[in-house]
Design a protein around this ligand. Structure first.
Ligand code: NAD
Length: 221
């Protein structure tokens, strides 16, 4: 399977290393920026770069019918609209966090919606000093999984810590009367996101157009 990667930063490098180690995958190209809506021919395009690239990447993938795996975070509503338009014409897997553990955590949090009101809930996340967005896309996705409406999710207290080389820590604290429940995920390194993105690439390759999640990748294989 031929893959084009957008973004040659920390995630681009982690993806390159994982692709080199996989017998069924080969790297067609790795691009820093996509300004015009053209992609090199490939079976799948994986984007972990910057929201500025998204309109051109989405337009090219939709026109050239290249399945997309989208990991870039910090998207504004206008970017998300482009993703949804592209998904009408080509299959797209989009996730704020491609790790297996966080995908499972999101599923657990949806199960916990019913009991959420029994606790005060707070989210704490920590990331390396270079991370641009705060709170993280993952923290927002966890809040959305636990809450019934986007407004409730936006109001959930979330604390972002930035420093060092932390790959990604997320804890959801359920603070009750004389008891505390904590659900925590620790990323050991960026390769967990790269491996998840490659699972998603293998999944999305033969799918019908549509917007898929990492839960689809793990549960609907
Ligand atoms: P990075 O800063 O190391 O790399 C970003 C790359 O995008 C760089 O190569 C940069 O040159 C390029 N780029 C292209 N257009 C740009 C522009 N207009 N402005 C700035 N840079 C531009 O970042 P990273 O750690 O590799 O992360 C990339 C993206 O992936 C971020 O949005 C990050 O939050 C996201 N991410 C997602 C997951 C996930 O599982 N979904 C995991 C890790 C990181």
């Amino acid at each position: 399977m031929n893959i084009v990667v957008i973004g040659a930063g920390r995630m681009g490098k982690a993806l390159t290393a994982e692709i080199e180690g996989a017998e069924d995958l080969s790297l067609t190209a790795i691009l820093e920026r996509v300004e015009e809506a053209v992609l090199p021919p490939a079976d799948v395009c994986i984007d972990f770069s910057h929201p500025a690239n998204l309109p051109a990447v989405c337009e090219a993938a939709a026109r050239q019918r290249i399945p997309l795996v989208l990991g870039t975070t910090g998207l504004e509503p206008r970017h998300q609209q482009r993703v949804e338009e592209a998904a009408l014409r080509t299959p797209v897997v989009q996730a704020a966090n491609f790790s297996t553990g966080v995908t499972i955590l999101q599923r657990l949090l949806r199960e916990m919606r019913q009991v959420r009101s029994l606790f005060d809930v707070e989210i704490v996340e920590a990331h390396h000093r270079w991370k641009v967005d705060a709170p993280s896309g993952t923290a927002k996705a966890l809040a959305r999984a636990l809450c019934d409406t986007p407004e409730e999710a936006a109001a959930l207290p979330t604390h972002a810590i930035r420093g060092g080389t932390v790959a990604g820590e997320h804890a959801v604290l359920f603070l009750g009367e004389d008891e505390t429940l904590e659900l925590r995920h620790s990323a050991g390194g960026r390769q967990i996101f790269a491996r998840g993105a490659l699972l998603a690439a293998r999944f999305v390759r033969d799918k019908a157009p549509g917007l898929y999640t990492m839960e689809n990748v793990l549960w609907d294989r």
